[in-house]
Design a protein around this ligand. Structure first.
Ligand code: FBP
Length: 329
């Protein structure tokens, strides 16, 4: 029997991680299906003339790429067929998207359908990020208050990384596991079980071109990772420019990813509900931490679907270093 045929598929793995919750399993399988389809669209984008912009700007005032919309439509299309999902919030949509006929669905999903889509021009890595919340009461249409939630309310989260291989990482709170897409069997197979973020090593990832925009404490802390004056050892810099890829490296190799706030833009760039909170969920299950520099990401109550938040995420000791340095001012 080959090593591949011994590997468990996502569907085989899900029952043990979800305590048999068939609805949650259907949601995870839904993201796997969406991920497969998005991976195909990314592969074909150059051939089909889908590399560029649509000419529209999204609710974040960012130019929308064709692949952003294609990916969003794929996720929406898949979950239109998953009745337990009452509604979704997406980076690409200003408002909540209600799935017609799913009012009694128990779950809401939050996602960034194609994070780091700027990398499409250079055949670089991109990702899909998702968080799953259980509704307190189902039966009526999801209202906007129901989407003002905390990361700690998530019941599951994950991401799909479109790199040299497509990888799905998910957790329902017990462990964080990664599945690699096998094009031969067209299924995600378990390749990384119970991932733990290594401590005391790994790189630091931040867009250093923004140094002049940070307040002095943040400048000092990034310098501290560079020189080793704050961290246990001098660290190398790595930056893909796609959050999913930078986070995945941090998850596997340790270290820290940072997107700080800036003096004139204190909330930074990344989004709380469908970027920081889901990745924070995975980081914590893997023994790491996620913080806005002062508080844990999971404690932050969103007041807006598209709220932004500074993000420091990775090995627990590195995030502790960040919080301690910021607290000193
Ligand atoms: P979107 O592509 O979904 O807008 O994601 C934001 C993002 O591209 C992250 O993936 C990435 O970490 C960050 O912005 C990079 O920003 P910058 O170019 O400012 O360093």
């Amino acid at each position: 029997m080959s090593a591949k045929s011994k590997r468990r598929s996502l569907s085989e793995h899900l029952p043990g991680e979800t305590d048999g919750d068939a609805e949650l399993q259907a949601i995870m399988r839904g993201f796997a299906v969406a991920g497969r389809r998005i991976a195909i669209e990314i592969t074909r984008a150059g051939l089909q003339g889908n590399l560029g912009y649509t000419g529209e700007v999204n609710v974040q005032d960012e130019e929308v790429r064709a692949l952003d919309l294609i990916s969003n439509d794929i996720v929406a299309g898949v979950f239109a067929g998953v009745e337990s999902v009452a509604a979704m919030a997406s980076e690409e949509l200003e408002h909540i998207h209600h799935f017609v006929g799913h009012e009694s669905g128990s779950y809401i999903i939050f996602h960034d359908p194609l994070d780091g889509s700027g990398n499409v021009d250079i055949n670089g890595s991109m990702g899909t990020i998702f968080g799953v919340h259980k509704r307190k009461s189902a039966g009526s249409a999801v209202d906007s208050d129901e989407c003002c939630v905390k990361g700690e309310d998530q019941v599951a989260a994950g991401y799909i990384l479109y790199g040299p291989a497509a990888l799905l990482v998910y957790s329902c709170g017990k462990s964080a596991c990664a599945f690699t897409f096998d094009p031969e069997t067209e299924s995600f197979l378990l390749t990384h079980e119970n991932i733990r973020i290594p401590t005391g090593k790994g790189s630091y990832a931040v867009n250093e071109a923004n140094t002049g925009n940070w307040d002095p404490a943040v400048q000092d802390l990034v310098a501290g990772f560079k020189t080793g004056s704050l961290s246990d050892g001098k660290r190398s810099a790595r930056y893909v420019g796609a959050l999913v890829a930078d986070f995945h490296r941090t998850l596997i190799q340790g270290g820290i990813y940072m997107y700080p706030g800036e003096v004139k833009k204190p909330r930074g760039k990344l989004r709380l509900l469908y970027e920081a909170a889901p990745l924070g969920f995975i980081a914590e299950v893997a023994g790491g931490k996620a913080s806005d520099g002062k508080r844990s990401i999971k404690e932050l109550l969103a007041s807006d679907l598209h709220e932004r938040v500074p993000l420091f995420i990775g090995a627990a000791s590195d995030v502790d270093t960040v919080e301690a340095r910021i607290a000193r001012g």
